[in-house]
Design a protein around this ligand. Structure first.
Ligand SMILES: Cc1cc2nc3c(=O)[nH]c(=O)nc-3n(C[C@H](O)[C@H](O)[C@H](O)COP(=O)(O)OP(=O)(O)OC[C@H]3O[C@@H](n4cnc5c(N)ncnc54)[C@H](O)[C@@H]3O)c2cc1C
Length: 205
């Protein structure tokens, strides 16, 4: 949307820079864990039973019976059958391309595109996250997409309507101490990786 249509409380969160620093974040250390996140999660979950591609809502009673306390990281409005209404999200569409014979496409892991004339919002060149030296490269264009039920909910839209709706769900959740609602979907809040990890480490269970 046009800058003039963006609510002031959103604009206020955007950093303005009057210099040539092309980093998006100001953190001293930036990057991903060596080998990616999969390795970390594999190690953290060693010895635990893990079931992938399993929808909690498809067999709710069964999963509720498995444990006394449950950490729920899905959408909080879905958990309560959308009884107060649906929370809005932004979704994304990804377009992947293998560029055979291209060793380096853009020289960087991430390039953001902010101009209205470009239909994608960023381009990821995956090999640069780990300084890959492969002869080919894989890139991903990211397109912003309206979210509707069934699509992947990526970014919460924390405007006053959604925040008020979330507060109603959060009040219900507070009545159920055996379910811990955690993460960006259950708390309806955007988190970066370091923030969500810190949150989990500080969580009182
Ligand atoms: C496009 C995009 C780019 C990002 N880029 C960055 C970045 O550059 N740097 C950074 O620090 N952070 C980035 N983030 C944020 C980062 O991904 C999040 O901080 C992190 O994933 C949040 O962890 P989470 O546990 O809250 O949620 P998630 O990682 O989304 O975990 C929630 C889990 O719940 C599962 N789940 C949901 N519903 C159900 C259900 N009904 N049944 C069973 N399982 C269910 C999901 O499958 C998922 O595995 C980005 C996020 C997005 C969307």
């Amino acid at each position: 949307m046009k800058a003039t249509e963006i609510p002031a409380f959103v604009i206020r969160r955007l950093p303005f820079r009057f210099e040539f620093n092309n980093n998006y974040f100001n953190d001293t250390f930036q990057g991903i864990p060596v080998g990616g996140y999969t390795q970390i999660f594999n190690k953290l979950l060693e010895g635990c039973e893990v079931r992938l591609n399993t929808d909690y809502f498809a067999n709710r009673e069964y999963f509720d019976d498995l444990a006394e306390k449950i950490v729920f990281t899905g959408q909080i409005d879905a958990f309560y059958n959308y009884r107060f209404g649906e929370l809005d999200f932004r979704s994304l569409r990804f377009e992947h391309k293998l560029l055979a014979g291209v060793a380096d496409f853009q020289g960087n892991a991430v390039v953001n595109y902010t101009e209205a004339e470009v239909s994608y919002t960023r381009c990821i060149e995956h090999k640069h996250f780990e300084f890959g030296q492969q002869p080919d490269t894989v890139i991903t264009y990211e397109y912003s997409q309206k979210w509707e039920r069934g699509a992947a909910p990526y970014y919460p839209i924390n405007n006053s309507r959604n925040n008020a709706l979330y507060a109603q769900y959060a009040a219900l959740a507070a009545q159920n101490p055996n379910i811990i609602f955690g993460g960006r979907l259950a708390e309806y809040k955007y988190y970066d990786m370091h923030q969500i990890i810190e949150n989990v480490l500080n969580m009182q269970i």
